[in-house]
Ligand binder design. Structure first.
Ligand code: FE
Length: 227
């Protein structure tokens, strides 16, 4: 069964951009529910024991919409937690800075593009910085949809655009949330490691490997992701 990964920082570490109250509700309630539903639906579909990345792709391939939505949301949230840091005011450097400059002009223009794209996204979803064969891009996906099922888009960063991500702290002001997020808590060191992984240098983010469940099914033999 899939586990709910712990936050990689304290619940109050991202305040005031994201309050402890938001993180408790978002991680302990929303994310937990997606993980629990995934376990329930994966068992019903006979798809236990594989890495979550594979489950998401298989659910999409089979047209198992409920399973896809919950599994993709479980993955997206785990990735989202890793995309943030209390030391999020550091600008990118090295290869990531060069890739951002090449794609957007400079870091300021990237931040504007990220905020605009997320702000203009209609309804719930996710704003991503991705890399692909034609360089870096900002894209959005609807609801649970994610980059795992988009050939050629490797995720560097994601921001949750669902209202539960920002409503307690910013009410309906998604634009302000995105501005504060990209300038205050986005983790460009994590994004740089993802970019390196996309170039074959090091391991990219992977969801924690499934554990043996109470029903005695075998845990996956997939390697544990880097802590
Ligand atoms: Fe969320």
């Amino acid at each position: 069964m899939y586990v709910l990964p712990e936050l990689p920082y304290a619940y109050d570490a991202l305040a005031p951009v994201i309050s402890a109250q938001t993180l408790h509700a978002h991680h302990d309630k929303h994310h937990r529910t997606y993980v629990e539903k995934t376990n329930e639906l994966a068992a019903k579909a006979g798809l236990t024991g594989r890495p979550l990345e594979e489950l998401v792709r298989e659910a999409r391939r089979r047209g198992e919409t409920k399973l896809f939505n919950n599994a993709a949301q479980a993955w997206n949230h785990a990735f989202f937690w890793r995309c943030m840091t209390p030391e999020g005011d550091a600008a990118p450097d090295g290869a990531l800075a060069r890739a951002i400059d090449a794609a957007f002009g400079d870091f300021e223009a990237f931040k504007d593009a990220f905020v605009e794209e997320g702000f203009n996204h209609f309804g719930s979803g996710w704003a991503w910085l991705v890399t692909g064969s034609d360089g870096l891009k900002v894209i959005t996906t609807h609801d649970a949809d994610d980059t795992l099922v988009r050939e050629g888009s490797y995720p560097l960063l994601v921001c949750d655009l669902w209202e539960h991500a920002y409503y307690l702290d910013f009410q309906n002001d998604r634009k302000r949330f995105l501005e504060r997020w990209v300038a205050g808590v986005a983790d460009f060191r994590f994004a740089a490691a993802q970019l390196a992984a996309a170039d074959g240098k090091g391991e990219g983010f992977q969801y924690p490997a499934p554990q043996a469940g109470a029903d005695g099914r075998e845990a996956s033999e997939a390697p544990r992701p880097n802590a």
